[in-house]
Design a protein around this ligand. Sequence first.
Ligand SMILES: [Zn+2]
Length: 469
Amino acid sequence: MTRLGTVLVVGVVVVLGVFGVWEWVDPASARAVNTLETVENTGPADNRIDLVVIGEGYRAAEGEAFRNHVDNLLGGLLATEPWASYRGAFNLYRIVTESVESGADHPSAGLYVDTYLDATYDYLGVERLLVVNEALAISVAADLLPEVDLVVVLVNDTLYGGSGGSVATVSATDVAVGILIHELGHSFAGLADEYTDPLPGFTPGDNEPNVDFDFAFDQLKWNAWVEPTTPLPTLLSDAVTDYLPVGAYEGARYLETGIYRPAPHCMMGSLEYDYCAVCAEALVLSVYDRVDPIDTVSPPESPVTLDRGAPATYPVPFEVATVALGGDAGQTVTWWLGDQEVGSGTALTLDLAMVGPENGTHDLRCEVTDDGTWVRNDPDHALASERSWTVVVTGVSSDAGVDEDGGLGPDGGPENGADPRGCACGTSGPSSASGRALVLILVLILLLANRRRRCRTRRTAWRTPRGPW
Ligand SMILES: [Zn+2]
């Protein structure tokens, strides 16, 4: 496959994605019984990117061929960075469909077959432009997997072909992985094409994260990746590798001049390369746009009360379940009690010794931060997440003495009005009616004033995957 051929396919694909020209519905196609199969499950669907591959042009007897093709396709995708490093953020599925015949239509050759999603080459007269009934594909995926985020259609045909948009379509060829990786750069991360081949009629712009009309350092949107010694604009003769230095190389988004890309080469310019650093960063940020690094925490509710008079209430085990990533990606988990760091790792045991001798309230926070090197520009702190609890320390230790004035002993807390006689007999004190009332009031005040904080407001609804842009 020549670069030009690749570019032509991808370029036309973008146009189609923008205008959504192949969204037709053929109810007659909805004849088969479809089956959802899990390829890889890494966690709860509402905190994962749920990617599904739908088979098209596979007859009932070709189910195993489809499964093998999916394994190869997803295996190639997940062997590519940064997908490999964030594998744990994805749930992967396949949908087995049954077509009457194999393959796809080839109108230019007068060949037509009866397939479930009506796949056809030659769209708009471009042989390699392979499209399907996109609306039906989305419907099939959503019916079986309501949480679906990304839809890929794998067409059982050996002729090179593909297309992008809200559904990525690829044929089962040796270069299917490359096509998919490129198209997901559009649909998942909102990346622009970085090649210069003209695309007449396409609206100029530089909104995508990997193209910029400006090349001056202060204005360059990816300047976090640019060394001070790198000339701007940057010439290909300045390049020391296919991807470095990151600078401002003229030519991208179907224009040879007046717009700049970050690196000498990139997957978004030609399928023979990897993503450049800026495109990889955009992909990782897109992961965190959809996935909270924290899955669950325990205890789930706040406030948490430690009653010195009730040993059963302490120590309190805290735990955070994080999204297990993969490859080179990792996380740092840090626990803070007020301004003091009190632990690291996913578990913490909070005991009275950590809160000190005074009764009162404390803010306990757990911070989870991506400690990888894929992202340098994270103004919204998307790579970090935290949970916090209000910890209420109250009561009197069971061995607490009683002051002459009726207050608490030297190891006790403040003179909070608890009945000292009750403390002595072990049936009152913090457990007395007045003590419980005070605690209740305090808890209510805290509930109103200190609602559980989160460093980021996570959306509860998944965003519809963007089109090519
Ligand atoms: Zn790039």
